[in-house]
Design a protein around this ligand. Sequence first.
Ligand code: ADP
Ligand code: MG
Length: 239
Amino acid sequence: MSALNAPALSLTNVTLEYPDGDGTVTALDRVTMDVEAGEFVSLVGPSGSGKSSLLAVAATLVRPTSGLVRIAGEDATVLSDKALATLRRDKVGIIFQQPNLLASLTAAEQLVIGDHLRGKSPRAAAARAAELLEITGLEGSAKKRPHQLSGGQRQRVNIARALMASPSVLLVDEPTAALDHERSESIVRLLRQVTDEFQVATVMVTHDTEFVPLTDAVATMRDGVLAAAVPALAAAGAR
Ligand code: ADP
Ligand code: MG
């Protein structure tokens, strides 16, 4: 399959086992999932069912015990650690529940620091950062440091930062867990907007099934097994 036709994110028969005393825990049990560019998938399921493990494997932060992980058509499972780090840096945006921002940097600086590591010119990085701060509704906050921002604004900086490299895949774990209802909805709407605008393949772990209709499809994890994704509107209608 050529990289152009391949889904942006593709997991095939992915199994992940963790050592557990004398035995193992199967966090992911033959999980298969394809997410296309511009597609926004909700990932739901009980605590301990393997949602974060799925994101960790998709992010290439954890190598699966078996199975195939492809990012933008590239087989991640055969890459060296170094090549994997480059693939992750350039193709994968990761957003966790708590924005992990550096206390001493302004919002704009949080964004450009990664591009500096990627070897992009400071001018190009600054232009990209300004564009993303505007898209995420932070144009007036470029010079603010984390303690001067609200929780919702910090999560917006986190989202903008994850998009700096123009990733193919955006992986989001419980982005609204620390936010009130109104801010949560605006964060999910922003994720919808950037998924469309930048044509990234977005997977969002969420316990807020209320926001599922803003996404395209919902996939359910249970005991490490992923049920086939169903269209989000059908899932909402069935409730
Ligand atoms: P969820 O995000 O749905 O709550 P997780 O992916 O965190 O689920 O966990 C899935 C299973 O894998 C659980 O049984 C959990 O205890 C186990 N697990 C997760 N991370 C580790 C780890 N680093 N070491 C050992 N077991 C783990
Ligand atoms: Mg989790």
